[in-house]
Ligand binder design. Sequence first.
Ligand SMILES: *Cc1c(COP(=O)(O)O)cnc(C)c1O
Length: 426
Amino acid sequence: MTGIGTTCVQAGYTPGNGEPRQVPIVQSTTFRYETGEQMGWLFDLETSGYFYTRLANPTSDAVAAKIAALEGGTAAMLTASGQAASFFSIFNLAGQGDHIVASSTLYGGTFNLFSVTMAQMGIEFTFVPPNCTDDDLDAAFRPTTKAVFGETIANPALVVLDIERFAAAAHRHGVPLIVDNTFPTPIHCRPFEWGADIVIHSTTKYMDGHGAAVGGCIVDSGHFDWMAHAATFPGLTTPDESYHGVTYAERFGSAGAFITKATAHLMRDFGAVQSPQNAFLLNLGLETLHLRMRRHADNGQAVAEHLRDHPAISWVTYPGLPGDPSYNLARKYLPDGSCGVVSFGVRGGRAAGQAFMGNLKLAAIETHVADARTCCLHPASTTHRQMTDAELAAAGVSPDLVRLSCGIEDAADLIADLDQALARLE
Ligand SMILES: *Cc1c(COP(=O)(O)O)cnc(C)c1O
């Protein structure tokens, strides 16, 4: 078992003698075969191989294999974006008339996807506060519930999910736990070690890390026994007539069924594929993920501690701050640090927060987080602007919340930038 840093650098691709040292970008939509019969076997999933990049591509497969190794999973697929990964992770299990239990502290785009778009498709969601009691959690389940969904560290509320507790509840009701692990990345938390069954990522964030390529990923732990819950998951446990009558859970077992169905069925039909170019850029980011995450978390911690003591700041949320509501969960699930994102309120509320952001020089105002360069955003007027006040409160987003994403610059420079921006408010 190699260390996580070695996995970041080396997993997923091992060149043969005289082959390229770097993962080659296989910039080809299609692949050539000698006989039509050979290609037929590929379509029937009888043999593995490439035939069309919407379904599989060697560059993307190498990078997906690296992310599977980092999370400790059995299989993974890349998607065009984090949104596509969230959608596929649910739609692979649930359809019209089905139900999902989700934590209420979610990324704004995920909340919209679930509460508006997937609701239009006939999938109902019940949102529960992540700190609800076990009884409240149990009460959220219905006979039609197909999965539980949460974020390890919620964006931007920075609430840490009690993964073991949510996994236990999901398993009591015979369904898997899906965790969006975008913010800690597998460097700081591997949800499968705590009982989660499926992990998704917006690779746009720390995994890419340089603001270069939008992307997503889904990873399967291989732990969930679909056949033991065959009646709940007919899409995995009965023949897929749209795919040559294959029964995914029988043919590919617990280790491969979920990702094979997501590829052969959902990617075939929706086509939200990550380009080989973007997969290559993502892989460059992954090679330094272990180095960058440490620095992001160190900078986040230093900035959070500084702001906590600053007279112009009314409140700070950061899981690594003693006294933070998530501090104890962070010590359990994120012992090596959390992430570079710090949320806080500037005294004077929404207007002061916006003026403060305009005063920053190093930190840029961007709809982005988890980049090597420090950036900031006011979620209530941007990413979360579709939400009602009640939904904002449930998502842990107050109207004055400023989300600062600490990059990998020098902490002293970030702190000096914040101080000059706050000083100019008076
Ligand atoms: C950004 C983000 C997403 C959506 O990912 P995209 O790559 O922007 O589609 C999902 N979850 C979390 C936690 C995010 O931060």
